[in-house]
Design a protein around this ligand. Structure first.
Ligand code: BEZ
Ligand code: FE
Length: 299
């Protein structure tokens, strides 16, 4: 049929999906078309505004290369990445429950991965300093990894990364050598401990179209101080999350909406002296304690 009205137009586009081979693809596209048409009508989009939108998306694509993914940044700053993360975790929890894994306590909440993950971080033993020579205040991190019933998981891997105490990731610095990254395995009782630095807040990249969009929205580009972790073990759902520094600037207004109250950790300040791992610290240091819970993998 040829459309006569705006309603007919939406219907006509939807009808062309009847020949799609993949039903899930057809479902996703049908919803996208309905929402896109509704959005255009809702704001009564003018031709010059539509063209500005096309030029913006073109610029987002052109800003992408092998080191920079402006589309992910767009998704992050619009809250889309976080929505996908939240729904994915809810789905995994519901599936585990259906399969009889009655969670006494829900798994640790997930958050966005961000663009600074670097595969292949060095494998270091518990207790290692994973950020030697990195700018920032020394911090002792410790805790346990358990399942949702509280059973310790021995040999779980924590793949850890953060920026330095000035808010820069190793990838952003000249030379771009790995720093403040490591993979650490839990001991027989599911415990982990290591030294790194106390991360500080930093801005997401703003020298591209997403930066201009944030500016246009009157939004700041900053993320509160956080350290990233991927935590995984056989038989358990891989967790991608952060620990956020309590009271960090921007803790209430993360530019990518990644903060979840359960991930905010009090960093405790200590005078120089003997640290919890028995080491002697010549300068004041911080400590942060956090226990991770992993969902059991559905069969
Ligand atoms: C990050 O935490 O590393 C990050 C996340 C989303 C966008 C930019 C940076
Ligand atoms: Fe980060």
């Amino acid at each position: 049929m040829n459309p006569m009205t705006e309603d007919d137009l939406t219907q006509a586009v939807l009808e062309r999906l009847t020949t799609a081979q993949d039903p899930r693809f057809a479902q996703v596209m049908a919803s996208l078309i309905k929402h896109l048409h509704a959005f255009i009508r809702d704001v009564d989009l003018q031709p010059d505004e539509w063209m500005a939108g096309i030029q913006f998306l073109t610029a987002v694509g052109q800003a992408c290369d092998d080191k920079r993914q402006e589309f992910i940044l767009l998704s992050d700053t619009l809250g889309a990445s976080m929505m996908v993360v939240m729904l994915d975790q809810l789905r995994a929890a519901a599936q585990a429950k259906r399969q009889g894994a009655l969670s006494a306590t829900p798994a640790t909440e997930a958050t966005v991965q961000g663009p600074y993950y670097w595969e292949g971080a060095p494998v270091l033993p518990c207790g290692a300093d994973i950020a030697p020579g990195v700018k920032g205040e020394p911090t002792f991190y410790s805790g346990r990894v358990t399942d949702t019933l509280g059973q310790p998981i021995a040999g779980a891997t924590l793949d850890i990364w953060s920026g330095d105490g000035e808010g820069n990731y190793d990838m952003q610095l000249p030379g771009a050598e790995m720093a403040a990254r490591a993979r650490i395995q839990t001991d027989a009782e599911g415990r982990y401990w290591f030294w790194s630095i106390k991360p500080t807040y930093y801005p997401v990249p703003v020298d591209g179209p997403v930066g201009r969009m944030l500016d246009g929205m009157g939004r700041h580009p900053n993320r509160p101080g956080h350290i990233h972790m991927m935590v995984y073990a056989p038989g358990h759902v891989k967790l991608t999350t952060h620990l956020f520094v309590a009271n960090s600037p921007y803790i209430e207004s993360d530019a990518v909406f990644g903060v979840r109250p359960s991930l905010i950790v009090d960093f405790e300040q200590h005078a120089a002296g003997q640290a919890p791992d028995g080491s002697q610290q010549a300068q004041p240091y911080w400590s942060a304690h956090y226990d991770f819970r992993l969902e059991t993998q559905a069969a």
